[in-house]
Ligand binder design. Sequence first.
Ligand SMILES: [Zn+2]
Length: 136
Amino acid sequence: MKIRYDLIKNNVAEIDRSFEFEESSDLYHVKEFKGRLEKVGKQYILSGDLSYSLTSKCDRCLESATVVGEATISQVISNVEIVSDVVESDGLTDEEIDVYVTAIDHFDIDEFLREEVLLLTPGKKLCSEECDGINY
Ligand SMILES: [Zn+2]
């Protein structure tokens, strides 16, 4: 879903998203993201709660494995590159502030959540911590 900046009313857009996507034959499910995009000065703050699951093959036994997780999102969003002298007036430097830069006219919430879930899911997927692997 794309959120067009010029359609945001009263500086706040409420967000409630749920969708699935595939990535290298794994099935990811953004079960729920409830939050808001709020305009603060020239930037936007995205905040909310994310729950997700990943269905994949266990790295040890190749049985189907599902990983579930939750995360609290708090992210500065900007549709313009923030130059360091502007940021420094807040007492923060470039390194201390993590800004997600979007297209000039819209924020693609699905693309953002997709990247977030990919970052959150572990590299190793196991059906359980005690998995012994394939029994010969
Ligand atoms: Zn396993």
